[in-house]
Design a protein around this ligand. Structure first.
Ligand SMILES: Nc1nc2c(ncn2[C@@H]2O[C@H](COP(=O)(O)OP(=O)(O)OP(=O)(O)O)[C@@H](O)[C@H]2O)c(=O)[nH]1
Ligand SMILES: [Mg+2]
Length: 295
């Protein structure tokens, strides 16, 4: 687990460097982008995907990486993180050349505990050391920390997945833009969660901040809704950009007040007095004359 934690914290620099497709769903940066990005990443944007079991989170996680639909259900055991650069998910904000690293997390609420010491039969092992290692899941990590956007998914054919959304949505910090994604749209004939029900619930939350809760529909089977998601990414990006600009503005104001203080201090020194300046110059002049005449 701790290696996975390190991976989440440190990104996939090592793998990017050797150009291999790394494990755990991470993706190496395309060689043609390396030159462009050599100038440095301007923004790191973290997007997390949440939702009840079996709603299609991992399918979306794969789709965002440009991969094919996964037919078989393989429950995710612990949080997966993937690191993209804008061009590799065909996302960029229209009015800017900024290089944005998009980090997507496929979040697992309750992971399967692992037995790290399985297979080892040493006498020195105590029952405590044989204890199961916790999985990297939402119970273990504060997944909203440092998050810029949330995609919360439900399956329109399963009422209880909407109940999950109802429970989780109010827990999401109101500063983070959210997309409620009603997935399995291609299964419309089995639909039991209506668009109106979801929209009504979202409105009932009465979010007052700029970070809105949006609603959209999707099908991971035929990629419907991915365009909408890419547009949605503009919201967390613009919020991130605004924070960064506000910080720059704050630094600018601090620098300005420091410069004014420096100017005030300078004006109190001998260097800033014309009379003293002239005396120093005259003394220097006579010294040079004396040196020249001695030579
Ligand atoms: N028809 C249809 N099937 C989908 C869609 N999205 C996902 N599935 C199927 O639903 C099943 C579950 O998808 P996953 O992406 O593994 O679900 P998950 O939310 O990651 O599940 P957990 O990892 O257990 O939390 C898989 O069999 C997918 O093929 C969709 O939009 N339409
Ligand atoms: Mg999954």
């Amino acid at each position: 687990m701790f290696s996975a934690l390190k991976k989440l914290a440190a990104g996939n620099n090592k793998n990017e460097a050797n150009g291999k497709t790394p494990a755990g769903g991470q993706q190496a940066m395309h060689a043609s982008l390396q030159k462009k990005f050599a100038k440095g990443v301007h923004y790191n944007m973290k997007i997390i995907i949440r939702g009840d079991r079996n709603v299609g989170k991992s399918c979306l996680f794969h789709r965002l990486q440009g991969k094919a639909f996964i037919e078989n259900y393989d429950p995710t055991q612990e949080i997966q993180a993937s690191f993209f650069f804008v061009a590799s998910i065909q996302w960029s904000y229209k009015a800017t050349d900024d290089i944005v690293k998009v980090e997507v997390w496929d979040v697992v609420d309750k992971g399967k505990k692992k037995k790290p010491l399985e297979g080892l039969k040493l006498n020195t092992l105590t029952p405590a050391s044989l204890a199961e290692e916790p999985a990297l899941d939402a119970e273990f990590l504060d997944v909203y920390k440092g998050t810029h956007g949330v995609i919360i998914m439900l399956d329109i054919t399963k009422q209880w997945t909407f109940d999950y959304v109802k429970r989780e949505l109010p827990k999401i910090p109101t500063t983070i833009p959210v997309m409620v994604l009603a997935n399995h749209r291609d299964m419309g004939h089995h639909r039991c969660v209506s668009e109106d029900d979801v929209k009504f619930f979202i409105e009932s939350l009465n979010r007052k901040t700029d970070a809105q809760i949006r609603f959209g529909e999707s099908s991971m089977r035929n990629s419907f809704g991915l365009k909408l998601l890419h547009k949605f990414f503009n919201l967390p990006f613009l919020a991130l950009q605004r924070d960064s600009l506000l910080k720059q503005l704050e630094t600018n104001l601090q620098e300005m007040s420091l410069t004014n203080e420096e100017l005030d201090l300078y004006l109190e020194t001998d260097d800033a007095s014309y009379d003293k300046y002239m005396i120093i110059n005259v003394v220097c002049f006579f010294r040079i004359i004396c040196m020249v005449s001695f030579c």
